[in-house]
Design a protein around this ligand. Structure first.
Ligand code: GDP
Ligand code: MG
Length: 796
């Protein structure tokens, strides 16, 4: 009986909860687990929700939800008292109430030990053989498809459980194309088997896994029987079943249903999953359908989930995916919903968007994504014995080259090098134009306005500040153009794939690599690029270590200092600095990873087929990033550059030299105030002011040092090849302090724009602030160490 049918005032004991994953989980968390007693507080025929009391708490459940809970009622227990021999053996002096209690427990336990298991799989994968061998039946087994036309039921017991095994017709997928598919789907959704056994033909695994991905969407409890395992073994292929199970979120049991090998273990696992004996055995994963489709899912799903009665019976993610695929059956189901208008509108918007961007229907994009997921999972777990493949698609041919064990890295590095070259070399031209344009605007404004603080604010604060953001826009657009090109063509997935193993060693994901490399250009787009990493943990750790990737804005500072202080080995000094950043990034990843809860997301690298990207998609992806950069960064950079200008401008000392003004301004005072904290690293207050302005943007460090050392940083080279600023720095700063300064600049708080990007991507100020403190601490420690070591080499 179902809980929804129990009358007011009556008691019942829970046998099991039906329904799909997240809904079941919620009910179980509320206390609806096997053997628990529920009392109906109020259940009137038209009342919804119904009120219950369980483990001393009052909860209300919708009728639809209560229908998913199977219970034993007092009436049923009384009946059992009369008929069940176990219960008749109860001691005669037991009171009636206690007797009933025992009967409830006994019947609930007995029913709990009966479960329904459905066999689902492609035609000809050995379901009927498995069915026969497990249940002792003699159903017809044939080596052609379509032998099983409807569900056959068989009963057997296994380790104290009575199992009803259902042999369903074979299907390649659960789209409602054929009567078999529809039949299987209805059976899975409506008779809700306790556990689904997905029978997979190990000798044809890739095609078979397609159905598996659909079962994953449905969020059912699934165990995979990797059947025909003998054939796989015979061919000499190797499959890491444990890892595959981990990636798919379900246990994988090798079986040979011809001779019964592995069948007993299979049902052990089925029972373990049913009892949820081990939470690691199965977990709920989402198949990543790619950024655009996932976006569509996100858009449509809330409208579907708005309908409570759907939520208790289906995974709304599943319904959303099916609805995007224009599945007739799901369309009919949703047609009855009051907000079908909203649902339909959201879908048609998304469909138009997908068609425009990907040049195809959502349905084909979803199918592609599922195959990409399968390809990725198999690439990590499956090893074919024979390297030669009879027919190779274009994708296979390209993959043979770009993921080749010798060529993969050189090709990857060459491409990266080219992207960076293009970003910075080609980007230099528009950068110069923008720079010139900004100067021109500054000059024009300067000559138009009257002298005074307002003019200085506009010219040196606003225009220069915005200019410093705008100047990087071409770089960002070019970088994103190439990234989109690599992503949409399918190459990026391969790049992530080949570095995946390396990245796993530091607890990260292959997809973390590209953002890290981008960090050498500019931390801001790098942090924005972490969005493609699904695992929250990997994403956070990646974001945390990107600031240690020395960005292009820091490069001029290193060039200046390395040239001045290490004239014999400037390249070595530079390389050393970059390497230090990388080493610290790796160490930080290991340390920070320890503090973030593992979200246990599957590390499947999807391998989609190669495709020529559409110009529209590339254009839009590129522009989207550019716009985000401008919108989010322009406002903050503007505010902070004005703030830094303000701190250097006031209090005003009219007619003083710029150096005098800087020293006696607020920022100069702050620089002097923090001097004691910075002195252990050998820094003087001028260097401190430089660091303070560097918070706004690293480029500002040099210009403010220039102001304080009263030289123009861009002055022509003097006789010894140093600029005036370099000579001035050399005269004032000891070698050891200069080294420490480079280390500090490398490691400390990257810049305001990065800070804001971290906040935006993690959604929390807390993270941005913590990371900022962390980087400053690391910078201080390492700069201090550098200073001390430097002193040994170059005593004062
Ligand atoms: P169904 O269509 O999924 O019900 O598959 P059947 O149970 O009818 O089996 C199809 C064919 O595969 C039959 O010829 C079986 O003998 C064979 N078969 C089933 N299981 C295995 C297995 O584990 N190993 C091998 N080598 N053959 C099997
Ligand atoms: Mg069959």
């Amino acid at each position: 009986m179902n809980l929804s049918d129990v009358a007011t005032g009556e008691k019942a004991v829970v046998v099991r909860v039906h329904g799909h994953g997240s809904f079941r989980k919620r009910l179980i968390e509320m206390g609806f687990i096997k053997g628990k007693e529920v009392r109906v507080v109020l259940n009137a025929p038209l009342k919804d929700p119904i009120e219950y009391e369980i483990i001393g708490y009052k909860v209300s459940l919708r009728r639809e939800e209560a229908r998913q809970i199977e219970v034993v009622t007092e009436a049923e227990a009384r009946e059992a008292l009369l008929s069940d021999e176990h219960l008749q053996a109860l001691p005669a002096d037991l009171e009636d109430a206690a007797r009933l209690e025992r009967a409830l427990e006994h019947v609930a336990d007995e029913r709990h030990h009966t479960l329904r298991v459905a066999l689902v799989g492609n035609p000809n994968c050995g379901k009927t053989s498995l069915f026969n061998i497990a249940s002792g039946a003699h159903e017809h087994v044939g080596n052609y498809s379509g032998v099983t036309v409807d569900a056959k039921e068989g009963h057997f017991s296994h380790k104290g459980y009575d199992i009803t095994l259902v042999d369903l017709p074979g299907t390649y997928s659960l789209s409602a194309y054929s009567p078999e598919e529809l039949y299987v789907r209805k059976n899975l959704l409506e008779t809700t088997p306790d556990v689904v056994v997905n029978v997979v033909d190990a000798s044809n695994i890739e095609r078979n896994l397609y159905l598996t991905t659909q079962l994953i969407d449905m969020n059912l409890r699934v165990v995979m029987a990797l059947n025909m395992y003998d054939e796989l073994r015979h061919k000499g292929d190797k499959l890491d079943t444990k890892q595959l199970g981990y990636l798919l979120g379900m246990p994988v049991c090798p079986t040979v249903s011809r001779n019964g090998e592995g069948i007993s273990e299979l049902f052990d696992t089925v029972i373990a999953v049913y009892e949820q004996a081990d939470p690691r055995l199965s977990r709920h994963i989402h198949i990543n359908h790619g950024a655009e489709i996932e976006r569509s899912i996100k858009r449509v799903q809330p409208y579907i989930a708005h309908n409570e009665e759907l939520k208790s019976r289906y995974s709304t993610r599943y319904l959303t995916i099916k609805y995007l695929e224009k599945d007739k059956d799901v369309e009919d189901l949703l047609a009855g919903m009051p907000n079908i208008g909203d649902i339909a509108n959201a879908r048609s918007d998304e469909e138009a968007r997908i068609r425009k961007l990907l040049g195809g229907s959502p349905e084909s994009a979803i199918v592609d994504a599922k195959y990409a997921f399968i390809q990725g999972a198999l690439a990590e777990t499956y090893e074919k014995y024979h390297a030669e493949k009879p027919r190779r698609s274009l994708t296979d041919k390209i993959d043979a080259i770009v993921t080749n064990q010798w060529l993969a890295f050189p090709i990857f590095l060459l491409l990266l090098w080219f992207v960076f070259w293009a970003t910075f070399t080609i980007g230099q031209y528009p950068m110069d134009w923008i720079d010139a344009g900004v100067s021109w605007l500054g000059d024009r404004l300067g000559s138009l306005l009257r002298d005074g603080w307002f003019k200085d604010l506009l010219v040196d604060g606003v225009v220069a500040g915005v200019g410093s953001v705008l100047v990087f826009l071409p770089n960002i657009l070019i970088l994103y153009f190439f990234i989109s090109l690599m992503e949409d063509s399918g190459y990026m997935a391969r790049a992530a794939f080949i570095v995946d193993k390396l990245m796993h060693r530091i607890g990260l994901h292959g997809k973390s690599f590209i953002p890290m490399v981008m960090g050498f250009g500019c931390n801001v787009p790098a942090i924005m690029a972490t969005r493609s990493i699904e695992s929250r943990k990997s994403r956070l750790v990646t974001i945390a270590i990107i600031p240690f990737m020395s960005c292009a804005g820091r490069l001029p500072i290193f060039v200046l200092f390395a040239g001045a202080f290490f004239p014999a080995h400037p390249a070595t000094a530079l390389l050393g600095i970059y390497l230090l950043g990388i080493v610290l990034a790796i160490l930080s990843a290991l340390v920070i990873g320890k503090f973030i809860k593992d979200d246990d997301l599957p590390f499947v690298m999807e391998l989609p087929p190669y495709r020529v990207p559409t110009a529209k998609a590339i254009g839009r992806h590129t522009w989207e990033k550019g716009r985000q950069y401008l919108e989010k960064m322009a406002t903050t950079i503007l505010i902070f550059s004005v703030a830094i200008w303000f701190l250097g401008y006031f209090p005003r000392h009219e007619g003083a030299t710029p150096a005098y003004q800087q020293e006696h301004s607020i920022i100069g005072s702050i620089g002097k105030a923090v001097e004691p904290a910075m002195a252990p690293m050998g820094f003087n207050w001028k260097m401190d002011v430089g660091l303070l302005t560097g918070v706004g943007a690293k480029e500002l460090v040099i210009s403010s040092l220039g102001v304080m050392y009263a030289t123009d940083p861009l002055d022509a080279a003097e006789d010894d090849g140093d600029t005036a600023l370099q000579s001035a720095l050399k005269a004032d700063i000891p070698m050891a302090a200069a080294l420490a300064y480079m280390v500090f600049v490398l490691l400390y708080f990257p810049c305001i724009a990065t800070f804001v990007a971290i906040k935006n991507e993690t959604g929390k100020w807390r993270w941005a602030i913590l990371l900022c403190l962390y980087t400053i601490l690391v910078a201080w420690i390492f700069a201090f160490a550098a200073y001390r070591i430097g002193l040994l080499l170059w005593p004062l």
